[in-house]
Design a binder for this molecule. Sequence first.
Ligand code: PLP
Length: 378
Amino acid sequence: MRDKALSEDEVMRILEKTRERDYSYDRFFSTMCTLPHPIAVRAHDMFLETNLGDPGLFPGVAELEERVVQMLGEMLGCPDACGYISTGGTESNIQAIRAARNEAGKKNGNIVVPASAHFSFDKIGDLLSLEVRKAELDSELKVDLSSVESLLDDRTVALVGIAGTTEFGQVDPIVGLAVLAAEQGLHLHVDAAFGGFVLPFLERDWRWDFRVKGVSSITIDPHKMGMSTIPAGGLLFRGQECLSALETETHYLTKARQASLTGTRSGAAAAATYAVMMHLGREGFKEMVDYCMDLTRHLVSGARLIGIEPVIEPIMNVVALKVPRPVDVRDELMKRDWHVSMTREPNRALRLILMGHMTHANIDLFLEDLDEVCRELI
Ligand code: PLP
């Protein structure tokens, strides 16, 4: 650190210059986050210094968090669900599996996740000393139930299904997983970090949430399709026992027990999430999902016109395109200032997320570049 102080103006000038180096969302196809709704930004600013880690000092924002959990529970088929606003999908997944492990009370445990699971489950294996067993996918890139069954044993502490996979936006057969979980008396966690704010607003009912009896916990991220500010994750449990399995004594805080992973945690993200949910209601979220699905159809039909097919027919606003030499295509597109990403082997493809910040006009420009790049590379 410097010895001498810098004036506020000088510091702000450094920050402004630095901020100019960040890219802008309108060319982002790679991220599952988006520009927060303006009301989320206002609410975030208003609650900036609040700390949900010590809720007795901030009963106002603590109540907003409870309301958010209740609204999410209602949306996902369990109005009595309990949980909290975490820092994102990774923390929610860690905590859901930690609760399952603590409840099961087994040593040298394992969890069974789809091969398509987000890399947060690899962190979980390491953090919680659990073996992470990866079940095979079927031809549509959903988890294969017989593969899941073959990996279960008496050391298994949880089963995981994904409602909206990170790479393909696919939905696992949650009802089938719930049957397996019930047969074995296992915790079933559904990772809907992305899909949680998409699936309830699609025409087809995918039967993936708490309405499916065996679902024990759900990850759903307001900072993705929920249009809240970062960091806003959601963790919901069907029953209080799971939350209790996470609690430690706090000794010096206003609440005697704490279930969250972090101690000090921002109330701003909870307030921002509350504001967006209240302001948009189901109607507003449906409008946003409709818009993103329209973008998705526009992209896929344009890609087909230049001879490029999706790996699977998109279910949500996540598209994986079968392009020749995907690594080179990705690199060339990045040089043209398009931020795109790729899916993993063995289904390497160009991965595109159609968020609310995207437009038809930019998709058209992108498709022109994609066509040119593919032609140059063949
Ligand atoms: N789960 C899924 C399905 C995701 O797609 C992601 C991130 O994209 C995560 C978990 C991790 O979320 P976060 O980056 O908010 O920790």
